[in-house]
Design a protein around this ligand. Structure first.
Ligand code: HEC
Ligand code: HEC
Ligand code: HEC
Length: 135
């Protein structure tokens, strides 16, 4: 029963996203390559991210602290996912959590939840987002 409810909720969210394309006045940027913030050591390859590929997802699902009006901040902005240490990885304010936490706002969290619900989803394996070979 829980699964059915989740599928209903995801479907409703997708319908809303399509029905209200101009809900926000801010435009999403084009294709991006995501990297760790300056000063942090990168152990994995940079990650390709497309806003277009996520047009069906509401902005505030990912920009989860955005009020829908102000300028959108980076994930590693002050007060947000600032901890880039290896030790702090599992903490909610870590840079790592922003993209891998078991939460709806994170890449891996959302993709895995959708996969479980048998919905259209994105990659969930390390190498699919962090390719081994340099492009
Ligand atoms: C699936 C997740 C996701 C969705 C949905 C999404 N974004 Fe983003 N957006 C990101 C990520 C990740 C970044 C890169 C953040 C960073 O560099 O720290 C980003 C960056 C941005 C930036 C640049 C911020 C900066 O200072 O570099 C803007 C502006 C933005 N998004 C607007 C939008 C708008 C408007 C929408 C809805 C139409 C939207 N986004 C939907 C994930 C998403
Ligand atoms: C709230 C849910 C959600 C979040 C958060 C999310 N995604 Fe996705 N992602 C999706 C869905 C849904 C699809 C499938 C879209 C489709 O096929 O129509 C997808 C597809 C993708 C794809 C394959 C299609 C494409 O755009 O190339 C990639 C790659 C991807 N996501 C990367 C990311 C990365 C990187 C992040 C984090 C910065 C992220 N996603 C965050 C829901 C999400
Ligand atoms: C859906 C895409 C996605 C998947 C799957 C994914 N990551 Fe990431 N990861 C990201 C994004 C986006 C960032 C932030 C940008 C960056 O630092 O490259 C990131 C950053 C990182 C970082 C911090 C930066 C660095 O280079 O050291 C580590 C460590 C990391 N990921 C490890 C992993 C591991 C291990 C796995 C598999 C268990 C994994 N990731 C799976 C998207 C993903």
């Amino acid at each position: 029963m829980k699964k059915t409810l989740l599928i209903c909720m995801v479907t409703a969210a997708l319908v809303c996203a399509f029905a209200l394309p101009s809900l926000y006045a801010v435009d999403a940027p084009g294709d991006m390559v995501l990297k760790a913030p300056a000063g942090a050591k990168m152990t994995k390859s940079p990650v390709d991210f497309s806003h277009k590929g996520h047009a069906a997802v509401d902005c505030t699902k990912c920009h989860h602290n955005w009020d829908g009006k102000a300028a959108i901040k980076k994930c590693s902005n002050e007060g947000c996912h600032v901890d880039t240490s290896k030790k702090g990885k599992k903490k909610p304010d870590s840079f790592y959590s922003a993209f891998h936490a078991k939460a709806d706002f994170s890449c891996v969290g959302c993709h895995k939840a959708l996969k479980k619900a048998k919905e259209k989803t994105g990659p969930t394996k390390c190498g699919d987002c962090h390719p081994k070979k340099k492009k």
